[in-house]
Every structure is written in structure tokens, then in C-alpha cells.
Design a binder for this molecule. Structure first.
Ligand code: ATP
Ligand code: MG
Length: 292
């Protein structure tokens, strides 16, 4: 495998063993706040614009960015702020909601596979096949609607099989030129509450409020358990999980932008060079054009 993810304090170890309660939801001392992080992020986004152009010209790799988070974790705004400035033709964002009847008529990797980015492009998944080991693990009743031939009573091995499907899938994609970076925006329970309250208080945020989100919050501990199992089972050098502190939005956005840029900088991409024979013809063409 050519691609190896860059290291970071937020990289989930490949051998597992990460405890979710040990992961910070806030920036390191002195690194939070808007002013500095916003301007650093803007510089990074400009660099991302350039990198995407080279990625496109090079035409061998595609980039898949996967975002998972609890409700109000900041997926949408992070995606927006990191990709604002990149050529709109260079990336595509897909949000995966509750699967449709058509989607349930296929295996669980089908709907996302259809949305994978082409070479040269950045594809963003706002939620993904990882919901299959998150919300489905928390609410196992969902499995009854998935039309699976059989579901065992003891689900321990079942989740491992889903991880294995995902690991195989990601390894296959990586071997064929997809750079996969996965971000868990790790928001604290307290901060989620603050954001829900702000949605209730501010009329311009009412549309973002959903009664279901508050109900889902009651399953917080089950979700944290599912996240812990998931990140430990599925972080790999070619498809790493980064667990990003998400309580401070400007810091979170900067950190995500930084990790994307650092990973793309390390890629062996370049504008294609023109061979000397072809280049010799450029002069001919220039003369032809100027002599018109
Ligand atoms: P926002 O609320 O910011 O618009 P969202 O991603 O939360 O964005 P919603 O429509 O509120 O969008 O929620 C999507 C819901 O779909 C989530 O509760 C998620 O858990 C659920 N979901 C996604 N994938 C699956 C899946 N494979 N099986 C069951 N539920 C899923
Ligand atoms: Mg929602």
C-alpha cells in the first residue's frame, strides 16, 4: 500500500486499545478560540484548493472523507468550512440518512459504493456505512427491517463480521487509489446539550432542532460504546480514524483542514509533464497562432 496516513495526537492507534473516555473533546491549553484558528484554516483551505487541482491533473487518486458524529457534533459546518474555496467541480458531498426501501434491497455497502469519488475528486460522506455499526448497534431492532437471511441471537460475532466487511472494502478501495480519511467529531454530552438549547432559544436555529435528537441523547453511553468498538476495530494506515475534539468549533475545523492537507501533501501527485517531442511542437503551434 503506497499511502500511509500522517500521524497526529488524534490518530486512533491501529492496534486498538483506545478508550473513548480518555479522548479529549476540547483543544489543548491555549489552542482554542476563533481568531487564530480561523485564519490558519483559511490558509489551509487555499492550499487544499491547489492540492485538489494537482490531484485532478494527476488523475490517479481519489479522496474519500468520512464524517461521523453525534447530533450537533458539527459535521455540516465542518464540511462546509473545509471545502469552501475548493473548486465546486472538484468535490461532492453525500449525506446518508435512514436507508430507503430500494437501499434496503441491497447489501449495506451498496448505497455508499455508488457515491464513491472518481479519480481526481474529493468525495465527502456525511454519515456513511459506519452507521451500520453505530445507530444499528445501539438500536438492534433496526436489523429486523434489513431483510437479512439470518441474524444470530448473540450479536458479538455479527458486529465483527460487519467490521471485517468494512475493512475489506476500504482495503480494496485504498489499493485501487482511494485515499480514505475518517473523522469522528467528538463532542461532549454537555456541549451537545448547550447546542440543543441554543437551537431552542434562537428562532433562526429552530429549523435545526429535532425532537428525535433529544431522545437519541438518552442512548449516549451506548453510542460511546459503539464508537469505541468501531474506531478501535477499523483504524488502519490506509484508512485512519482521527478523533477530533469537537467542543470548540474553530479549533475542530482547523484541525480537520490541517489533517486533510497534511495527508494530501504527502501524496506523490504532480501535474503531468509534457514529453520533449510534444513540447517541441508547442513552438510550432505558437507560431501558427501568432501568424494568424
Ligand atoms: P442534520 O440533522 O444535521 O440535518 P443528520 O445527518 O443528523 O443531519 P437526519 O436526517 O437528522 O440527518 O438524520 C439521519 C438519521 O439517519 C440519523 O439518525 C442516522 O443515525 C440515520 N441513519 C443513517 N444511516 C443509517 C442506517 N444505515 N440505518 C439506520 N439509520 C441510519
Ligand atoms: Mg439530525
Amino acid at each position: 500500500m503506497d499511502f500511509q496516513a500522517v500521524n497526529s495526537p488524534y490518530l486512533v492507534p491501529y492496534q486498538g486499545g483506545q478508550t473513548v473516555s480518555d479522548l479529549s473533546t476540547i483543544p489543548p491549553d491555549g489552542q482554542g478560540g476563533k481568531k487564530k484558528n480561523k485564519s490558519v484554516r483559511k490558509d489551509l483551505v487555499s492550499e487544499l484548493y491547489e492540492l485538489q487541482r494537482v490531484l485532478y491533473a494527476d488523475d490517479r487518486y481519489s479522496v474519500l472523507l468520512i464524517f461521523q458524529a453525534m447530533d450537533a457534533g458539527g459535521k455540516d459546518s465542518t464540511i462546509r468550512s473545509v471545502l469552501t474555496g475548493v473548486n465546486p467541480a472538484g468535490f461532492q458531498v453525500y449525506s446518508f440518512k435512514v436507508p430507503s426501501a430500494e437501499e434496503l434491497d441491497h447489501d449495506f455497502l451498496w448505497r455508499t459504493s455508488k457515491r464513491l469519488p472518481e479519480r481526481g475528486r474529493i468525495g465527502v460522506f456525511n454519515r456513511s456505512y459506519y452507521e451500520e455499526v453505530l445507530v444499528v448497534r445501539v438500536h438492534t431492532g433496526i436489523l429486523d427491517g434489513q431483510k437479512l437471511p439470518s441474524v444470530p441471537d448473540d450479536l458479538t460475532g455479527f458486529w465483527q463480521e460487519r467490521y471485517n466487511s468494512i475493512l475489506d472494502h476500504e482495503e480494496h478501495l485504498a489499493k485501487n487509489g482511494t485515499i480514505i480519511l475518517k473523522f469522528w467529531l467528538n463532542v461532549s454530552k454537555q456541549e451537545q446539550k448547550n447546542r440543543f438549547l441554543s437551537r431552542l432559544d434562537k428562532p433562526e436555529k429552530h429549523w435545526k432542532f429535532s425532537v428525535g435528537d433529544v431522545k437519541e441523547r438518552m442512548y449516549w453511553d451506548s453510542y460511546m460504546h459503539a464508537y469505541q468498538e468501531m474506531i478501535n476495530a477499523t483504524s488502519r494506515p490506509w484508512a485512519p480514524w482521527y478523533a477530533i475534539p469537537a467542543d470548540d468549533k474553530p479549533y475542530m475545523r482547523k484541525t480537520v483542514a490541517e489533517l486533510i492537507v497534511q495527508n494530501l501533501r504527502a501524496l506523490d501527485i504532480a501535474y503531468p509533464t509534457v514529453d520533449p517531442e510534444e513540447k517541441a511542437r508547442f513552438d510550432e503551434m505558437r507560431q501558427l497562432l501568432t501568424g494568424e
